[in-house]
Design a protein around this ligand. Structure first.
Ligand code: SR1
Ligand code: MG
Length: 423
């Protein structure tokens, strides 16, 4: 077989095809005839194999030339694997220990061989099961602050930042997915949209007629496409995080692009708010998940507070880029000038972040790509009740993002919505 012609792997062909791969053999042991291979990909796009040998295990991730969720009628370029690899390299440098170790990358085969994380589980699955990993709020707040600050013109030499901007600008097709699936399709009668029907038909119709909401969704799309501030993960939901009680790791940055600092934080918080509303559908007795609900709201606050604290610390210690130079402030005995600027920058991130959270919630219920949090609730009336509360919060965040003072206020709104539907 020509090494350069892409060919999708299978559990059967993988051992022979990768038998000569030194990085894989070193990690798991070289006798490929005894390797065990399991395909475990449950995402929307790629193949993921766990390969186990005598010495250990590794992950082999391969992109397919189409969207796995939809099939070959939706082609998608293999180069997304290249962007995932380059994003992982940068994230590893910006927040060491928070992404899986890369063992090997092959651009032609769109394949990344990486560390097998064990006994880690996907955070979304842990939350559906009612588990409360204790460190995620802090770890994810630090990860977002460090990767987003350090990938921007606040920290990087601008020549390097512009080179990365050019590199990631070619991730066009993955940005196109987000531009359509997050910001536009949920608000029109797009072909692949679906929602829990007929239960949510009325509310969906109302949201699609909601002029203020549609204007806000387009303003946010404008920010998403025009504000190339930093290297974003691009798809930072709870399915892109793996956890144990002691460790948090972030995976799957194939949607990486230069975008607004606020984007990853907003997407992430949205997924905790959705988890919050989905808990009703998973409890076997009323009140059983009360502690879980409190934990989820606490986590949103911890992520945001940690993000702000770490971003502020980095602002003071690592602001070496072209923006808000120390030569204008600290070096002129005006440290308060840069503190004033920091407050303004964080305030703008906060308002955008709420908006992105709002549209992420809406699209996961109205659009093509839904969340297991809701999808695993078998009783459709129950699922719809959870989803309708989430939709209301999503709309509130998107439309009122300039008028919501704090995450404590969102906590109160979420709790009110939660109570309303119980009575
Ligand atoms: C067609 S891809 C659908 C969704 O899956 C990915 O994880 C992204 O969230 C994307 O929007
Ligand atoms: Mg993914």
């Amino acid at each position: 077989m020509d090494k350069h012609v892409f060919e999708a792997l299978s559990a059967e062909t993988l051992p022979l095809r990768l038998s000569g791969n030194a990085a894989l053999c070193d990690r798991i042991g070289g006798e490929h005839g005894r390797w065990q291979v399991k395909e475990v990909g449950d995402g929307n796009l790629n193949l993921v194999f766990i390969v186990t040998g005598e010495k250990g295990a590794a992950i082999v991730k391969q992109a397919l030339p189409y969207v796995r969720l939809v099939g070959e009628r939706w082609p998608l370029p293999l180069k997304r694997s290249f962007f995932e690899y380059h994003a992982l390299v940068r994230q590893a440098a910006r927040d060491p220990g928070m992404v899986p170790e890369i063992l090997f990358f092959d651009a032609e085969q769109a394949m990344i061989i990486m560390e097998y994380l064990t006994p880690h589980v996907i955070l979304r699955r842990a939350l559906i099961a009612g588990r409360m990993p204790p460190k995620i709020g802090r770890d994810l707040g630090l990860f977002t602050a460090r990767t987003l600050f350090r990938g921007s013109d606040l920290a990087m030499p601008t020549r390097d930042k512009k080179a990365d901007l050019a590199l990631f600008a070619d991730n066009v097709e993955l940005c196109d997915i987000t531009e359509n699936l997050v910001f536009s399709d949920p608000y029109i009668d797009a072909e692949m949209n679906r929602h829990t029907s007929p239960h949510l038909d009325g509310l969906v119709e109302e949201l699609r007629r909601d002029r203020d909401l549609k204007v806000e969704a387009q303003r946010l799309k404008h920010i998403f496409s025009a504000k190339a501030e930093t290297l974003c993960h691009g798809d930072l939901h709870t399915g892109s995080v793996m956890v144990t009680d002691d460790e948090t790791r972030v995976i799957d940055p194939e949607f990486a692009f230069y975008g607004p600092i606020s984007f990853d934080v907003g997407m992430l918080l949205a997924n905790f708010w959705m988890s919050y509303f989905s808990q009703d559908g998973h409890e076997t007795a009323a009140g059983e998940r009360d502690r879980m609900r409190a934990y989820l709201l606490d986590t949103t606050e911890t992520i945001w507070e940690t993000f702000c604290d770490e971003f502020s610390m980095l602002w003071r210690a690592e602001r070496k880029g072209i923006l808000y130079q120390a030569s204008l402030f600290e070096d002129r005995d005006d440290p308060f000038g840069s503190e004033q600027a920091l407050t303004i920058v964080l305030d703008e991130i906060y308002r955008e972040m709420l908006g992105f959270a709002g549209v992420e919630i809406l699209r996961r219920i109205l659009g093509l790509a839904h969340n297991a949090d809701f999808e695993t609730i078998d009783d459709l009336s129950r699922r719809a009740a959870c989803e309708s509360k989430a939709l209301k919060l999503g709309r509130h965040l998107a439309v009122n993002r300039d008028r919501i003072a704090s995450l404590r206020d969102i906590r109160a709104t979420a709790q009110r919505l939660q109570q309303e539907t119980l009575s």
